[in-house]
Design a protein around this ligand. Structure first.
Ligand SMILES: [Zn+2]
Length: 252
């Protein structure tokens, strides 16, 4: 399912204060490491009672699918079938642009900072370092956190206040963009949509309908999605600008 991208066994990376670093850069908690990629995964899909059953197995295995190899029933409480990654942060090389599906899910839905991996205190709002210019994944219309505090949709995992300076300085997509970033303190938000590869059945054959499809959680098609990302709708929130102080380089 995924091509091999390293030819030697992954090795653990260096750590500073227990946190993985790579070539001097702190690695966000949600980043996926090459040692966490499940190789030789075979996705099998079958239609049963008009419901698509997705299973993942080791493509090199010659054994028939046993219960432990069938991952298709392992859906989360939202009914989402997530593409599973191994759990071995710090092994191999970090993929700064690739997110670990398990940690991404936990960050988005269990209130955990995407940078440091520390949960938000239960009584405090969750902070998102978001773009002031977002597009609604369904309509393509611009929809962003605003002064009017209308609900908006974001794919960005939350970032705690102490990690916002690191995220502004170290992430290439944030650096120098204080004017187009905004800090959102979310008092209420909910899972809204999932993004992944959508499967369907046509003339008796299961096939991929759409790669990178965004499907609302309330849409029955979400059961036919191999999920890689989740969007939340932020309902109750306040906003503040990313100030020079908030984005200043942390002490080294
Ligand atoms: Zn943090």
């Amino acid at each position: 399912m995924r091509p091999a991208n390293h030819s030697h066994p992954p090795r653990p990376a260096a750590t500073v204060n227990g946190r993985p670093v790579w070539r001097g850069l702190p690695v966000p908690w949600v980043a996926r490491w090459t040692g966490e990629i499940q190789e030789n995964l075979a996705l099998r899909a079958a239609l049963l009672d008009d419901k698509l059953w997705l299973t993942l197995s080791d493509a090199l295995s010659t054994h028939p699918l046993g219960p432990r190899q069938v991952l298709g029933s392992e859906r989360d409480e939202l009914g989402l079938f997530w593409l599973p990654d191994l759990d071995a942060p710090g092994t191999g090389e970090p993929q700064f642009a690739g997110l670990h599906t398990g940690r991404l899910r936990a960050s988005m839905l269990d209130r955990i900072c995407q940078v440091c991996g520390v949960p938000f205190p239960s009584k405090e709002p969750v902070t998102f370092l978001d773009s002031a210019y977002l597009n609604d994944p369904n309509t393509g219309r611009t929809q962003a956190p605003t002064e009017s505090h209308r609900p908006y949709i974001t794919p960005t995992p939350p970032t705690c206040r102490s990690c916002i300076p690191v995220a502004m300085q170290m992430c290439p997509h944030n650096r120098g963009k204080e004017a187009s970033r905004i800090i959102v303190s979310a008092h209420r938000y909910r899972p809204f949509a999932a993004k992944g590869d959508l499967y369907g059945i046509h003339k008796g054959v299961v096939e991929e309908e759409e790669r990178g499809a965004v499907v609302q959680i309330s849409d029955p098609r979400v059961s036919r999605l191999v999920v890689k990302q989740v969007y939340v709708q932020v309902i109750k929130y306040t906003t503040e600008p990313v100030t020079a102080r908030a984005s200043s380089r942390p002490s080294q």
